[in-house]
Design a protein around this ligand. Structure first.
Ligand SMILES: *Cc1c(COP(=O)(O)O)cnc(C)c1O
Length: 423
């Protein structure tokens, strides 16, 4: 098992591609970003043909694994007839109907390409629907990389005024944010009490803080948020880019039984292809017929929608999410046992098939968790299992109990190596 081919490829890539990776966070992978030749089910093969068990799953989309035959077949059938046509086509409504049938309370949608883009469209809808412009966003919550929401990403960025998270952001773009905290219903209630005066259009929330530690909402948090938004005429937006078609067929709205006004889907909606959507109340989405601009050359292209259609069929199969939950529980149990017998350097948090390694002595972050997790992830990569730098762990229907046992055995060995090194 060698990562030398990836090391060499990364050096070469950096000479043509800025940063050597196509999405910034991938550079945080230790000891080096993996370069892949082929991927199927729960496995990846690198440029040398070495095989790895994959717990990154493309950073979220692959709830049904790599190269799922249903997705590949569906795309292949359409791809030879048309690719992008800029016209109406059958899949536009068939795929839309399939998404609406999956999401509780969903009445209408618009197609977009990425999660980042869909969040921007959702904010425009919320502003148009309320005639207000400010947005409540939570510390550390990731809603894409755009200037208007990529702010206050550090654990200490708890001030109401947003702080930028990247070089090069216009202060005008994030000035509309008001920052609050996950599970702090009193803090949010105080803001919303003055929603009219402060011109608050929406609360934008990832219902489980997928990219900031995987935390379940406190009992009553989402329900209270729902009634506060109703009382103050504020649009409640669920960012379901990770949770959608993963923690339940209908995402967080189904799992926690709370219906937002709008939700944003991406990642898993297309089983590995590029597609996203803003889904929600018909009276809000229908503003596209009354002056709300929404456009995009590749919106709703047949290839992506063929993938959406296949992904929706896969997630509608009976028992899929119960089985994924069981698999998540088995992973949690097996890995927790190994961690405990190694002196508990960390623990796991889990919602369904989404898990987070939580180091005993440190905070987790979007970019990467230094210290023990960096050592574990580097050791696991060299042993043949790929994990995200942030310690987030994605399972899929392609993972098996045997994969989990293999992973537990690898982890046991890697933890022994780490403690031998530090002894
Ligand atoms: C990935 C992600 C986004 C952004 O989606 P992209 O397709 O990467 O632009 C937005 N919100 C959440 C919760 C995400 O995990």
């Amino acid at each position: 098992m060698g990562i030398d081919s990836s090391r060499t490829a990364f050096e070469r890539t950096r000479r043509s591609l800025g940063g050597g990776v196509s999405s910034g966070l991938r550079a945080a992978m230790r000891p080096v970003p993996l370069f892949v030749e082929r991927a199927r089910g729960a496995h990846l093969w690198d440029l040398d043909g070495d095989r790895y068990l994959d717990y990154v799953m493309a950073w979220g989309p692959l709830v049904h694994g790599h190269s799922h035959p249903r997705v590949v077949d569906s795309v292949a059938r359409v791809m030879t007839s048309m690719q992008v046509v800029g016209m109406g086509h059958r899949l536009e409504y068939e795929a839309a109907e399939a998404v609406l049938a999956s999401v509780p309370g969903a009445e209408r949608l618009v197609w977009t390409n990425t999660g980042t883009e869909a969040v921007q469209v959702a904010l425009r809808f919320a502003r148009a629907a309320t005639g207000r412009h400010r947005i409540v966003k939570l510390t550390k919550a990731y809603h894409g990389w755009h200037d208007s929401v990529y702010a206050s990403m550090g654990p200490d960025n708890t001030d109401e005024a947003a702080v930028p998270a990247s070089l090069g952001q216009s202060p005008n773009a994030y000035a509309d944010l008001i920052i609050s905290q996950f599970n702090d219903i009193d803090g949010i209630a105080a803001l919303l009490d003055r929603a009219e005066e402060r011109r608050i259009a929406a609360v934008l929330i990832d219902p489980i803080m997928s990219n900031a530690g995987v935390r379940a909402p406190a009992p009553g948090f989402l329900e209270t948020l729902r009634s506060l938004c109703d009382r103050h005429g504020v649009v409640l937006i669920f960012d379901e880019v990770i949770t959608g078609f993963r923690i339940a067929r209908g995402g967080a709205a189904e799992r926690f039984g709370v219906r937002p006004d709008l939700s944003v889907f991406g990642k898993a909606i297309a089983g590995g292809f590029t597609q996203s959507a803003v889904v929600g109340r018909a009276d809000i989405i229908d503003l596209v017929e009354h002056g709300l601009a929404h456009a995009g050359t590749f919106n709703g292209n047949p290839v992506a929608l063929a993938a959406v259609q296949a992904a929706m069929e896969l997630s509608a199969a009976p028992g899929v999410f119960e089985d994924l939950d069981d698999l998540g529980a088995a992973f949690e149990q097996a890995i927790t046992d190994v961690l405990t017998s190694a002196g508990s350097p960390g623990s796991l948090r889990r919602v369904g098939s989404l898990l987070q390694f939580v180091p005993r002595d440190q905070a987790t972050s979007l970019h990467g968790t230094d210290g023990i997790w960096a050592e574990i992830a580097a050791g696991m990569l060299e042993a043949g299992a790929v994990f995200m730098p942030s310690g987030k762990i994605f399972l899929s229907t392609a993972h098996t109990l045997a994969d989990i046992q293999e992973t537990a055995a690898l982890l046991e060995r890697v933890l022994q190596q780490i403690s031998a090194r530090s002894a």
